[in-house]
Design a protein around this ligand. Structure first.
Ligand SMILES: [Fe+2]
Length: 386
């Protein structure tokens, strides 16, 4: 991300910065990769190191199914019942050594603050709106927003109404803008499917100078620990730097189209260690007079492909519904179902809206995923033979 600042800052870092009563603010360097990666500097009213207690809340290590047979999967998330808050309601569906995919149907507001120290989070808000409150300030969000929250950020999500359907991706490596979209100065290039102004940094800093009893649930080492603070954790009067949460709307993604079919990388939105996130958005289709405007069958020999469908309009796929999730694993080809190519001929635009995650190591499913599975999906490629 680029440099951003909010609130009051001293003239230089590491100098005395005084409160109106003459006391010192506490400076905190917030780094996500040692002392040489992206970092921000925050100024707290209280000392962020002071806690009044802690409580073990147990393991959140995801249990995966081992040795599942190789086949295409279709999971239907639409029947999922609302459960818990934006954190406790996370249902892990799949993951690997690089990431976790959680499905969430949020039932209730968060009572505590949350911090994930195990990984960066990409939250995709399918149908809710509200405010992401964090120590870096507030970001208003709406349906179709990705919220990218770097590891270590204390935050709370407040929704305007419940239930809300979300995907919560946890990335063990940093989430970044793809290198090929940026120049040597880090600026986003003209051929990229978005520009800096599409990324919404915290819009205002809410500073709480309040004592009390506040709980921050910290996820670290696959375990939750509830930390108690004797002051409001959003006590920052100012910050600047390159690390902060931000929002990006899938509706602000500018699809790249071509005369003939363009490959999936043109949809890439985020880069992470071991996986990419892509956005499939409404767009004009390929304009060669004989173009086949949907993908050819492709052998993803080295990556697993997961698609979350925000609507039921996806040109190359039959039998999916809003909220469907398909997993096409590495090792076998996938592509349009029989009849899909013929049905797409002559179409000039698509209304599809979907989020895709391609991982470069195989994903393992959880038992929760199997509960959502349409077991007949693999047969949808069968053709009638005489
Ligand atoms: Fe694919």
């Amino acid at each position: 991300m680029r440099y951003h600042r909010l609130g009051s800052l001293p003239k230089k870092h590491h100098i005395q910065f005084r409160k109106p009563d003459g006391g010192l603010y506490t400076e905190q360097l917030f780094s996500t990769r040692g002392f040489s990666g992206p970092m921000s500097t925050l100024y707290h009213i209280n000392q962020p190191t002071e806690v009044s207690g802690w409580e073990d809340r147990g393991s959140v290590k995801v249990t995966y199914l081992e040795d599942e047979p190789l086949r295409h999967r279709h999971l239907k998330s639409r029947p999922m019942e609302p459960k818990g808050d934006a954190i406790s309601g996370r249902i892990p569906l799949m993951g690997n050594s690089d990431m976790e995919w959680h499905q969430v149907v949020v039932a209730e507001p968060m009572k505590s603050f949350y911090k994930n120290a195990d990984g960066d989070e990409i939250l995709f808000v399918h149908d809710g709106s509200g405010v992401l409150h964090s120590m870096f300030g507030r970001i208003t969000f709406k349906p179709g927003d990705y919220l990218v929250i770097p590891r270590g950020v204390i935050y709370r999500l407040d929704f305007d109404a419940h239930p809300v359907r979300m995907i919560a991706l946890v990335s063990y490596g940093p989430v970044e803008i793809p290198r090929r979209y940026r120049n040597e100065y880090g600026q986003i290039l003209e051929h990229a499917p978005y520009k800096e102004r599409d990324f919404r940094a915290p819009e205002a800093l809410d500073t709480f100078d309040e004592g009390g009893d506040y709980e921050v649930v910290v996820r670290a080492r696959n375990r939750l620990t509830a930390y108690k603070f004797p002051y409001h954790p959003f006590d920052v009067v100012g910050w600047d730097g390159y690390v902060f949460p931000y929002a990006f709307s899938i509706h602000d993604f500018q699809p790249i189209t071509g005369k003939l079919h363009m490959p999936p990388p043109i949809h890439q939105t985020f880069h992470a260690a071991g996986f990419v996130v892509c956005s499939f958005c409404p767009r004009m289709l390929d304009y060669h007079p004989e173009a086949v405007a949907i993908p050819y069958a492709h052998s993803n020999v080295d990556s697993d492909e997961v698609l979350y469908y925000c609507n039921d309009k996806f040109g190359s796929r039959k039998g999916i519904e809003e909220g469907s999730i398909t997993l096409h694993p590495l090792g076998i080809p996938h592509g349009p179902q029989p009849g899909a190519v013929e049905a797409a001929l002559g179409h000039t635009k698509t209304e599809e809206l979907a989020v895709m995650v391609d991982t470069f190591h195989p994903l393992k499913l959880t038992a929760n995923a199997l509960e959502l599975e349409d077991p007949a999906y693999w047969q949808s490629w069968k053709t009638k033979r005489s």
